[in-house]
Design a protein around this ligand. Structure first.
Ligand SMILES: [Mg+2]
Length: 178
């Protein structure tokens, strides 16, 4: 199986860097939706996404969100690991993310940067992602499975189809695949 692994807030604890960089500090637990920081800061969604990319300028201090050793375990079981991340077109985040993956010795088979989040499904069989916007795209007719990675901004999101599963960590994905 080709397993897609999101970067921001799944592999990397992006908010640890991005939160303090916001024009007004916002604690991670306060971010109950992606709309919330936009409303609080009075900025557009695209400006917000740009700030998240901008946070990767501090890639050397970007902490891990989860244990990347689980990805090596997935590969040992014969799965392909595709690191897949949505970025704003034209920012400098992609080479910084590649450097961060290398610095943490994170193993993978493919590294894919997409512009629209939903296009992630074109590349993989199952996806681990924290974006609640992907739940609606994963219907009973969709062949792919979405593992919704628990974060404050997806806590409210109802799960109504069997191919969407909530996980608290990458190990739970591995356990489900076994
Ligand atoms: Mg993410």
């Amino acid at each position: 199986m080709n397993i897609g692994i999101d970067v921001d807030s799944v592999l990397a604890d992006l908010w640890a860097i991005a939160g303090p960089m916001m024009p007004m500090p916002i604690a991670k637990d306060e971010v109950v939706s992606w709309e919330y920081p936009c409303e609080r800061l009075g900025i557009s969604k695209s400006h917000f996404l740009w700030l998240l990319d901008y946070a990767w300028r501090q890639w050397e201090s970007m902490p891990l969100q989860d244990d990347p050793a689980v990805l090596a375990e997935m590969r040992k079981l014969g799965h392909q690991v595709t690191i897949i991340t949505r970025r704003i077109y034209g920012t400098t985040a992609p080479p910084r993310i590649a450097a961060w993956l290398h610095a943490h010795r994170i193993v993978y088979d493919n590294l894919v940067f997409v512009v629209g989040a939903q296009s992630k499904f074109a590349w993989i069989d199952c996806l681990v992602d924290d974006n609640p916007g992907l739940v609606a795209a994963c219907t009973a007719d969709t062949a792919q499975v979405l593992y919704l990675y628990n974060q404050p901004w997806n806590r409210w999101c109802p799960i109504t189809t069997s191919n969407v599963k909530r996980v608290g960590c990458l190990q739970e994905v591995l356990d489900d695949l076994r």
